[in-house]
Design a protein around this ligand. Structure first.
Ligand code: HEC
Length: 127
């Protein structure tokens, strides 16, 4: 019981520290090079998502991937209005820069179209 309480405490404080994710205004305003509503772009994004992101974020972005439960930070709910209220540029920026347990993909996903296709897939997860 004590162990559980200690783990919860640690997890809680890590989540509290991880609140802010500074996104530069320039990154926020970035415009996609792909049509994010295009079905084939979304399908491309899904393939990249399944390869790199699904393990933590889950197939639908609910944070329920097999690795998701082991994370200290909350990977978030990508179907939520709060997540979807962010700009396309913000989602792009967060994906390539990473933060804490979220890996940076700048070197792993170098193709610009693949990056925007991922944003298209994340948009398709909206409730
Ligand atoms: C090893 C687990 C892991 C993998 C793999 C991973 N993420 Fe994350 N992701 C996280 C965690 C944890 C957070 C929350 C980080 C924080 O706020 O401290 C996060 C946060 C995010 C956010 C910001 C969420 C928000 O609410 O604003 C985006 C966008 C994101 N991830 C996209 C991706 C994409 C796209 C991929 C694949 C290319 C990916 N992630 C792969 C763990 C992961």
């Amino acid at each position: 019981m004590l162990m559980v309480a200690v783990i919860l405490l640690i997890a809680g404080s890590a989540a509290a520290q991880d609140k802010g994710w500074e996104v530069p205004a320039k990154a926020k305003a970035m415009k996609p090079t792909e049509n994010l509503a295009d079905k084939s772009v979304i399908a491309d994004g899904k393939a990249v998502w399944y390869k790199h992101c699904k393990a933590c974020h889950g197939s639908k972005g609910l944070g329920d991937g097999p690795k998701g439960a082991m994370l200290k930070a909350d990977p978030g709910d990508f179907s939520s209005a709060k997540f979807q209220a962010q700009t396309d540029g913000t989602l792009y920026y967060k994906t390539i820069t990473g933060k804490g347990e979220m890996p940076a993909y700048a070197k792993k996903i170098t193709n610009e179209d693949d990056r925007w296709a991922l944003v298209a897939y994340m948009r398709s997860l909206k409730k």
